[in-house]
Ligand binder design. Structure first.
Ligand code: ATP
Ligand code: MG
Length: 404
C-alpha cells in the first residue's frame, strides 16, 4: 500500500502507474492544462514583443524548460489541448495588456502556474532544475520592477494586520519603493493610523469599488513615495451588498491590475473571511500572515489555509503565502518560541518567517497617525519592521543582518 505522492493523505489500495490518489490526479490534470496554456501565452509574448526577451533574458530558457512538462506523459498523465478559440481570445486580451505595458503581472502569473503544477514532482532531478529556474525567473521579475501585490491577512482580530500593513508600506517607501497601501477594512484603522480621519473620508475604496469615483480621486499621498486609498465606514455595506457571485470576487482585482507605476500594492484586510477578504485574495500574488505566537493561532492557521486552498482552486490559482510574521513576540517566552517553531515546521521552508517584538512605540505611533519611522525611527519596532521589509524585498528566508 502506498500513499499519494501529492497529498500524502490517501492510501492507494493498489499501486497505479502515477502514484496519485484520484482527487490529486484530477487536480494535476487541471493544473497541467492551465500551465500548458500559460506556456503558449509566454511563447506568444516572446514572438510579439521582442523587448520582453531582452528585458527578461531567462524567459526563453524558461519556456524551453517548461516544455519539459511533456515527459509526464510517461507517468500516464496526458495534457488537455487548449482549444484554438480560447488561445485567440487569451492572445488578444494579452496583446492589449502588453500594449498598455502591463505584461509583468501576466508573466508572473504564468510562472506561478508552472511552479504550482511542478511542485509535487520536485524530487525528480530534472524537475528540480526547472523549479530552480522558475524561482530565478520570479526573482528577476521582481528586479525588473514588476508590481508586487500583497494582502496582509488573518481572520483573527487584533493580531497586528494593520500595524504590519502600515509599517511594511512605510518601510518599503523609506527604501525608495513606490507603495500604494489600500485600507480594505471597514474599521478604517489603516487610514486612521496613517493620519486620515475616516469620518472625513468622503470617498475611498468602497466608492472606487462601486465605480462611483475614479482612481485619481481616491488616492492620497502620505509622504514621499507612500500613497493610500483610505476606507470609510461605508465599506461595511460591501459584505451585504456584494453577494458572493463570481463577478463580485474580482472587484478589487480590477483596481490592482492597473499598477499606476507602483512597486508594491499592500492591502490591509478585515478580521473575517467574507467577500472583502476573498476580493483581496483574488487581487494579489502574495499573502503575508501576521499572527500572535499563541496556541490558538495554530488552529486559526488551519482554517485560513483551507480558505486559501479554496481560493487557489476557484478564484486565483497563483496566489501564494510568502511570509508569516509573529507579532508582539517575546523571545524569552517558551510559549512564543514553541508555537512559532510549530508553525514553521508545519508550513515548511517555502515561506519566510519574521518576528516583531512587543513594542509600545508601535501602538503609540498609530495613535498619533504616524508610521513607526516618522514617530520613533530608532525604536525596536522600527528595527523589526525594517528587517521585515528587507525580507519581503529579497525573499530570503532569514535576515542575518537584523538590527537588534
Ligand atoms: P483587527 O483584526 O481589528 O483589524 P489587527 O489584526 O489589524 O486588528 P492591529 O490593529 O494591527 O491588529 O493591532 C492590534 C493592537 O495591537 C493595536 O493596538 C496595536 O497598536 C497593537 N500592536 C500591534 N503590534 C504590536 C507590537 N508589536 N507591539 C505592541 N503592540 C502592538
Ligand atoms: Mg486591522
Amino acid at each position: 500500500m502506498a500513499r499519494c505522492r501529492k497529498c500524502h493523505k490517501h492510501i492507494m489500495l493498489q499501486s497505479n502507474t502515477h502514484s496519485f490518489c484520484r482527487q490529486c490526479y484530477e487536480d494535476i490534470l487541471l493544473d497541467s492544462s492551465r500551465t500548458m496554456r500559460s506556456i503558449r501565452r509566454l511563447e506568444q509574448l516572446i514572438d510579439t514583443t521582442p523587448q520582453i526577451s531582452e528585458k527578461i533574458p531567462h524567459i526563453i530558457t524558461l519556456v524551453e524548460y517548461a516544455k519539459d512538462l511533456v515527459p509526464f506523459e510517461q507517468d500516464g498523465i496526458t495534457f488537455e489541448k487548449c482549444p484554438p478559440s480560447e488561445l485567440i481570445e487569451t492572445y488578444s486580451t494579452l496583446h492589449d495588456r502588453l500594449a498598455a505595458g502591463q505584461y509583468s503581472a501576466r508573466l508572473r502569473e504564468a510562472i506561478g502556474a508552472a511552479q504550482q503544477v511542478l511542485a509535487p514532482f520536485e524530487h525528480l532531478y530534472h524537475i528540480k532544475n526547472v523549479l530552480d529556474s522558475l524561482k530565478k525567473a520570479i526573482a528577476l521579475c521582481h528586479e525588473q520592477g514588476a508590481c508586487r501585490r500583497i494582502a496582509v491577512i488573518n481572520h483573527k482580530g487584533g493580531v497586528g494586520k494593520t500595524t504590519t500593513a502600515m509599517n511594511l508600506s512605510a518601510a518599503l517607501a523609506v527604501m525608495n519603493k513606490r507603495v500604494l497601501a489600500i485600507d480594505f477594512d471597514p474599521q478604517a484603522n489603516l487610514s486612521d493610523g496613517l493620519g486620515y480621519d475616516e469620518t472625513k473620508v468622503a470617498s475611498g475604496i468602497y466608492e472606487l469599488l462601486k465605480g462611483e469615483v475614479d482612481f485619481t480621486h481616491v488616492v492620497r499621498n502620505i509622504s514621499g513615495t507612500l500613497d493610500i486609498i483610505p476606507a470609510n465606514i461605508f465599506l461595511s455595506r460591501a459584505e451585504k451588498e456584494f453577494s458572493k457571485t463570481h463577478a463580485n470576487m474580482y472587484l478589487l482585482k480590477k483596481i490592482t491590475t492597473q499598477h499606476h507605476g507602483y512597486d508594491f500594492i499592500i492591502i490591509d484586510c478585515p478580521p473575517s473571511l467574507g467577500i472583502l477578504t476573498l476580493n483581496a485574495l483574488a487581487a494579489v500574488d502574495e499573502i503575508i500572515i501576521p499572527l500572535l505566537p499563541e496556541y490558538y493561532s495554530l488552529k486559526g492557521m488551519r482554517k485560513l489555509y483551507d480558505v486559501i486552498e479554496f481560493v487557489r482552486k476557484k478564484i486565483n490559482t497563483t496566489v501564494q503565502v510568502t511570509g508569516v510574521v509573529a507579532t508582539r513576540y517575546d523571545d524569552r517566552k517558551n510559549l512564543h518560541r514553541e508555537v512559532f517553531q510549530k508553525i514553521r515546521d508545519s508550513l515548511g521552508e517555502s515561506v519566510f518567517y519574521s518576528e516583531i517584538r512587543e513594542s509600545i512605540s508601535l501602538a503609540e505611533a498609530s495613535s498619533y497617525g504616524k508610521s513607526i519611522f516618522s514617530y520613533q525611527p530608532d525604536s525596536n519596532g522600527a528595527d523589526d519592521y525594517r528587517a521585515f521589509a528587507r525580507l519581503v524585498l529579497t525573499g530570503k528566508r532569514h535576515d542575518n543582518g537584523k538590527e537588534n
